[in-house]
Design a protein around this ligand. Structure first.
Ligand code: SF4
Ligand code: SF4
Length: 76
């Protein structure tokens, strides 16, 4: 049996780089993720995406997001 895996999921209805970092538009979670698997592919002020296959489910981004826009999803 495969071990349970967790990954981060961005709620795009809540996520707003203009609100969480109005000066720079940088997603705080990108900096918080030491595994470098959440990125703003379209540039600053754009919503980030998580490379879920490589996400460790470590919660660092969840704790960092000031708008609580990231949650963990568990898959069995
Ligand atoms: S995930 Fe959180 S920290 Fe990152 S851009 Fe969205 S609201 Fe801001
Ligand atoms: S849960 Fe951890 S590895 Fe996954 S995106 Fe967030 S900080 Fe990165």
């Amino acid at each position: 049996m495969q071990p349970k895996k967790s990954f981060a999921l961005v709620n795009y209805d809540i996520c707003a780089p203009k609100k969480c970092n109005p000066d720079e538009g940088r997603c705080v979670c990108v900096k918080a993720c030491t595994h470098k698997v959440i990125k703003q592919l379209d540039g600053f002020y754009e919503q980030p995406m998580v490379f879920q296959d490589m996400c460790m489910g470590c919660w660092d981004c969840i704790e960092a997001c000031p708008l609580d826009a990231v949650s963990v999803r568990n898959v069995s």
